[in-house]
Design a protein around this ligand. Structure first.
Ligand SMILES: Nc1ncnc2c1ncn2[C@@H]1O[C@H](COP(=O)(O)OP(=O)(O)OP(=O)(O)O)[C@@H](O)[C@H]1O
Length: 858
């Protein structure tokens, strides 16, 4: 960078900036943070700041923009949320005491992956920084949420696995060690993930070995150490709250790719990308933010172990059966703050006295929760309670140290109770005595001078003074009083006595606030020793919150406890419902449906009109399976399920925007994923496979895929299709059954029954649905005529297109004037269209287009 200004300050600035070339450098000058050079130009634009210039008189003024230090968080957050990094450069010494240039240094590097979620609406979100290292034996991956310190690590075979994990974690930043191909870079860019270089940290850091202590896999250890080193180097402080990394295998859980999670709308609605309308939205009635975050991670990672699921179910059952205990627990949970993040703030050193009290109040709620659980006769609830240490010592320590209503600031006193420190009490006595002396002095002076409204006051500039109004000025004993300040209607004086006491009072005050701060820091350090115990407690409370929440939701929505047939792959769901669709519909209007697939049935081929409920039925199956495997009860009258190892989907039009593939390509890759990786224990949902290409290609592919699933995979498969020709497959594939969603026609109108019935659908009603969508009458009539013709002739033996022209030529064309060029274009199009290549719907679209062209011409 060309250094245009070589004043000592700018020299210092350039030196620091050189070390952080890829971050916005917020350089503290007095009450402002200044941005210079390119940072200023770019920052001014993004943050809408006024761009000014430093050294305006020189030939090359330096662009500059500033933000007030009190508002810095908002500006930093805006930049970091957009994927940038911010280096906060502070004055490291008091400018008044500094000799020469004030020392400055970076106190924190804030990056997308290390930003703490502070806004209330983000309380249930985690922000994971991920670290990846490529090794000879695949990839090590580790991630951590800096606000809570929870850390995980795993080992993945290929970049595809890494990419999937990054998307599932919604990671904003990855510290990447290894080669990235152009395609990898492209993916990371499209997924909006900031890529950071790994960093070395100097010296020994206990955190690095602590976090990695339980890991055995070399790649995981490396990724974890790289993660912690990056955190330490950006945060520039000890991070006592980082938790021992938990190693996991993706195969330990029911596996679903990020696309599957998105398609099934587990955490967000596919349409709005908001929580509303998702399974998480439906299930989340948790009382604490920790519970909310835990629930989300449970939904993303359903269990495989029946005994673990049963353990959750037992708790849900017990809480469901015992309304009063449940209500008491919920009531107490409401008093528990975000223990995990409070603990993080304690470790971070950013906690204030009010938050310290929030911790104490949270701990105060724990014994009530334990009492409620222990009072029941339920062994599961009792056992759960017995494992919890309420950490009463920490509670007592905090409430015995901090006053009831402490101020926000920790440096201005008023935080610490009496009797905590003799020394503090002595300072306070001195202050009180001094103040008492002042009030006695005031009465005494009134008496001796005869000035009744004489008063003693204080301001920051002059300290303590005696104030006398102008009307009493002549009574002032000028031999004892020295004038200090003149106001319009009064004079202020001091006396040697007053000044002597003033210095005693102020000294005691300064010492007392200093000591209070020291005592507060000591308290913080004392509590810091209990961080692992607090984190354990936080986890226990969070899981109690989620389990209680399952009981509440299950009761409110009439869910039933599922059982698992582990020895055979059988599904027997009686009157199952789609939990989210049912919720947004009027009460009682959702039509329940059974899902019964015995050992000998692997594939349901589902036909039925558009809009009849095929997708809903398939999603219902997946959501019931997921709910069951996270330990929640399920929307059905009864349910027996296998434990699914993986779920695959090809549903809806949630096109893969990130990889930039075409719809049909995405469809085929998703199908391929299932064909390659599904096992007998998997659940496969395929909705209208093949519709993204020409009819015959699509139908042929769909048929072959069904056959492959049937012969080679054996996964439980729900396969919805509009290709009625496929329904004949039940003749040859013995594990395939046809089912359809019922619909009837009354007076030419289509009535959806939303009821699953055995056998194939008799007709597709596509044109009826088009009618519901309000297509012009003429289009519908013509489509109907064409459909009849197609059905009569069989799509393969279509007449040449020219012979069908009479379908479209308006009657009044006879004897009409010669046709225009536009009309001719349309006729040419009609003549050239190859009908065998088109679905009826596509033909309808074409007809609509031609009509529009003719209309435009009018
Ligand atoms: N069991 C049900 N009870 C009541 N309403 C239902 C039921 N199933 C589906 N619906 C309603 O029907 C609508 C359409 O359902 P869905 O999208 O599953 O149809 P589809 O057959 O998959 O349609 P398409 O073939 O066009 O994709 C849903 O949004 C819902 O409102």
């Amino acid at each position: 960078m060309a250094k245009k200004d070589t004043t000592p300050m700018m020299k210092q600035y350039y030196e620091i900036k050189e070390q952080y070339p890829d971050a916005f450098l917020f350089y503290r000058v007095g009450d402002f943070y200044e941005l210079f050079e390119d940072d200023a130009i770019k920052g001014a634009q993004i943050l809408e700041l006024t761009l000014t210039h430093r050294s305006n008189k020189t030939k090359n003024p330096i662009p500059m923009a500033g933000v007030p230090h009190l508002a810095v968080d908002t500006y930093v957050n805006t930049l970091v949320e957009k994927g940038y990094k911010v280096a906060l450069c502070e004055q490291l010494e008091d400018p008044r005491k500094a000799k020469g240039m004030v020392k400055r240094g970076i106190i924190q590097l804030i990056t997308p992956g290390t930003m703490m979620q502070e806004r209330p609406d983000q309380a249930k979100d985690s922000n994971y920084l991920t670290s990846v290292i490529s090794t000879n034996s695949g990839f090590g991956l580790a991630y951590s949420d800096l606000s809570t310190g929870e850390t995980f690590s795993t080992h993945l075979a290929d970049f595809e696995g890494v990419a999937n994990e990054l998307l599932s974690l919604q990671t904003r930043e990855v510290v990447y060690n290894g080669h990235l191909t152009e395609a990898n870079k492209d993916f990371l860019k499209k997924a909006n993930i900031t890529v950071s270089e790994p960093v070395e940290v100097e010296g020994e850091h206990a955190e690095i070995s602590y976090v990695a202590q339980n890991l055995t896999d070399d790649a995981e250890i490396k990724a974890t150490k790289q993660l912690v080193a990056y955190l330490l180097s950006t945060q520039k402080r000890s991070l006592a709250h980082l938790q021992v990394a938990q190693s996991y295998e993706p195969t330990q859980y029911l596996q679903m790719s990020h696309t599957v999670q998105t398609n099934l709308e587990l955490i967000k609605s596919a349409k709005t990308a908001k929580k509303m309308g998702s399974l998480f939205w439906l299930l989340d009635k948790t009382s604490t933010a920790m519970g909310g975050r835990l629930l989300k991670s449970w939904i993303e990672r359903p269990l495989l172990s029946v005994s673990e699921i049963t353990r959750r179910q037992e708790m849900v059952q017990a809480l469901l059966d015992d309304y009063f205990t449940r209500e008491k627990v919920i009531d107490s949970l409401k008093g528990v703050y975000d223990l995990e993040r409070l603990t993080g703030r304690i470790a971070f050193g950013s906690v204030n006295a009010r938050e310290m009290l929030q911790l104490a109040h949270s701990l105060a709620a724990i014994p009530n929760i334990l009492d409620s659980l222990l009072e029941t006769n339920n062994p599961h609830l009792q056992n759960f309670a017995q494992q919890i240490d309420p950490l009463k010592g920490i509670h007592d320590l905090i409430v015995n140290t901090i006053v009831d209503n402490p101020p926000l600031s920790t440096t201005e006193g008023g935080l610490i109770r009496e009797d905590v420190s003799d020394q503090l009490d002595r300072y306070r006595d001195a202050m009180n005595n001094g103040k008492k002396w002042l009030s006695e002095m005031e009465s005494h002076e009134r008496e001796v001078t005869g000035i009744n409204n004489l008063k003693v006051g204080y301001n920051k500039v002059f300290g303590y003074y005696i104030e006398v109004t102008n009307s009493n000025k002549d009574k002032v004993p000028t031999d004892r009083y020295t004038r200090k300040q003149t106001l319009t209607n009064a004079e202020r004086y001091i006396t040697p006595d007053l000044k002597e006491h003033e210095s005693l009072i102020l000294e005691a005050e300064a010492k007392s606030t200093g000591l209070e701060y020291d005592l507060f820091v000591k308290l913080r350090e004392d509590v810091k020793k209990y961080i692992p115990a607090l984190q354990k407690l936080a986890k226990q409370i969070a899981s109690l919150d989620v389990l209680t929440n399952f009981a509440t939701v299950s009761e409110q929505n009439n869910y039933v406890r599922p059982s698992f047939a582990t020895d055979k792959q059988e599904i027997n769901v009686v009157n199952g419902r789609h939990p989210v669709v049912e919720q947004v519909m009027a009460a009682g209007s959702y039509i329940p449906n059974d899902i019964k697939m015995d050992q000998d049935t692997d594939i349901f081929l589902i036909t039925g009109p558009n809009m009849s409920g095929k997708s809903t039925y398939m999603r219902q199956m997946a959501l019931i399976a997921i709910m069951a495997q996270i330990g929640c009860f399920v929307p059905a009258d009864s349910a027996t399920l296998p434990i699914f190892d993986q779920i695959f989907t090809r549903i809806g039009a949630a096109d893969d925007l990130i990889s930039g593939q075409s719809t049909f390509m995405v469809e085929m890759s998703e199908a391929n994923d299932a064909l390659q990786h599904a096992t007998k224990r998997s659940l496969v949902l395929f909705d209208e496979i093949g519709r993204g290409t020409a009819t015959y290609d699509g139908m042929a592919l769909a048929g072959a895929i069904v056959k492959y699933l049937h012969d080679k995979v054996g996964a439980k498969t729900l396969f919805a299709t509009h290709y009625h020709e496929l329904t004949d497959l039940d003749q040859t594939l013995k594990h395939l059954k046809n089912i359809h969603v019922g619909a009837t026609e009354e007076n030419g109108k289509l009535i959806f029954l939303h009821k699953i019935l055995p056998g194939p659908a008799d007709q597709s009603y596509g044109i009826h649905v088009a009618q519901l969508a309000g297509l012009p009458h003429k289009v519908l009539r013509e489509a109907t005529t064409m459909l009849k013709r197609l059905e009569k002739q069989g799509a393969g033996e279509l007449q040449p297109a020219s012979e069908q022209l009479d379908l479209f030529v308006p009657e009044e064309s006879e004897g009409a004037p010669a046709i225009s060029d536009d009309e001719k274009d349309v006729l040419d199009d009609i003549q050239n269209v190859y009908l065998a290549d088109k679905t009826p719907l596509q033909v309808m679209e074409l007809v609509a287009q031609w009509q529009q062209e003719l209309k435009d011409k009018d």
